[in-house]
Design a binder for this molecule. Structure first.
Ligand SMILES: [Zn+2]
Ligand SMILES: [Zn+2]
Length: 243
């Protein structure tokens, strides 16, 4: 006889786990198959809510939304290792004392993934044209945001300030509304209404770059400013262009 290696247990046993710890472990193992099914459903939902893959990517192939559902997929693989496990056999393993805490942790993580599936945000556009996405919550102001390209799996890390700076440098300044919206349509593939621009300007959200213009002159704007307010209105997840 030796002592059970189960957590907080000192029962005598001939194996590494006592009878009580073995049946506890089995009870948790029995939860695994249903969790695998639920994780699968969560993955399917994530695929559906995921931003559509860039054209030419071959539609919804198995690999299409991989980075998006990676958390659920990873958990499913880790849990999958326990599906055919049997507590009585596991009790003969000298690491048996660690199995239950490990399994409980995985099950906890699986449950929270199922209850609160990660929200997918598009943080920028990859140089390949794919969307750079992440499951992580939006970082605090000034902290870096990071994500992975859906298509080529390139990793990106950036701060909001870096993004604004890049957009400012890459887009024209001082344009009349009509020209600005045309530029945005052609280069960013986004359609913004001129009435929206007029309303934003009236509400003070959008500053013209020629505040001292004469009555005959049209107001002019920086494209970057228009885009910034547009994204604020439609939600950051719609930031699906290079700008
Ligand atoms: Zn025990
Ligand atoms: Zn890419």
């Amino acid at each position: 006889m030796t002592t059970c290696t189960g957590e907080d247990c000192a029962n005598p046993t001939n194996l590494y786990l006592c009878g009580q710890c073995t049946s506890d472990l089995q009870a948790w193992l029995d939860k695994v198959p249903e969790l695998l099914d639920d994780l699968f459903t969560t993955m399917a939902k994530l695929d559906k809510t995921a931003p559509q893959r860039h054209e030419g990517g071959g539609g919804l192939s198995t690999g299409s939304a991989m980075p998006l559902r990676y958390g659920a997929l990873e958990l499913r693989q880790a849990l999958g290792l326990w599906t055919h496990a049997n507590a009585e056999s596991l009790a003969k393993d000298q690491r048996a004392g660690n199995f239950l805490p490990e399994l409980k942790q995985l099950i906890d993580n699986a449950n929270s993934c199922i209850d609160n599936p990660p929200e997918i945000r598009v943080i920028t556009t990859c140089t390949c044209g794919g969307k750079v996405v992440t499951e992580n919550p939006k970082p605090e102001a000034g902290e870096a945001d990071s994500g992975v390209c859906e298509d080529c799996e390139n990793y990106y890390e950036q701060t909001e300030a870096m993004t604004q700076f890049r957009i400012h440098r890459a887009t024209p300044e001082n344009m009349q509304t009509r020209h600005a919206l045309k530029w945005i349509r052609e280069n960013a593939n986004l359609s913004i209404k001129s009435t929206d621009v007029r309303n934003w300007a009236r509400e003070g959200k959008l500053e013209p770059t020629n505040p001292n213009r004469s009555k005959r002159e049209h107001p002019t704007y920086n494209i970057a400013d228009i885009l910034k307010i547009h994204y604020r209105h439609v939600g950051e997840s719609r930031r699906a262009t290079n700008f």
